[in-house]
Structures are given as C-alpha cells and as structure tokens.
Design a protein around this ligand. Structure first.
Ligand code: SF4
Length: 66
C-alpha cells in the first residue's frame, strides 16, 4: 500500500519519522516526508501507528482503486 502526507495539514515536529523511521523522514524545516511510498508489509503497523499519532491527521493511505 501507498501512503501520503497532506502538506497543507502537516505542521512539522516529525512524530511520523520517529514512529516509522523506515517510511517517513523530516525535511530541513522539520516537516514530514514520505521516504518510501510503497510501504512494505512489515512496516504497515508502524505506519498505522504514525497515522494515529499524527497530531494534524495529515497522513493517510492512498486508495489504489483506479
Ligand atoms: S507527524 Fe504529522 S504533522 Fe508531524 S511531521 Fe509527520 S505528518 Fe507532519
């Protein structure tokens, strides 16, 4: 599955990168970035946790229905 960050909602602080460091990182200003869009199965639980812990609800799975 793929994950994305809504940059209009993200306010930095990098909680996502602390929670799932294999998938998220922070840029020079501290805003979250997706380092690995196609999330490996073994990282899904951490990403779910990052989604729950993001204080701005800026992280979401990407619907892959076309
Ligand atoms: S936890 Fe949420 S608000 Fe914080 S850097 Fe990550 S995406 Fe942005």
């Amino acid at each position: 599955m793929r994950v994305q960050i809504n940059f209009d909602q993200c306010e930095g602080h990098g909680r996502c990168a602390i929670t799932a460091p294999a998938v998220f990182r922070v840029d020079a200003e501290g805003y979250g970035q997706v380092a690995v869009e196609d999330v490996p199965d073994e990282e899904r639980a951490r990403v779910e946790r990052a989604i729950r812990l993001c204080p701005k609800q800026a992280i979401a799975w990407v619907s892959e229905t076309v």
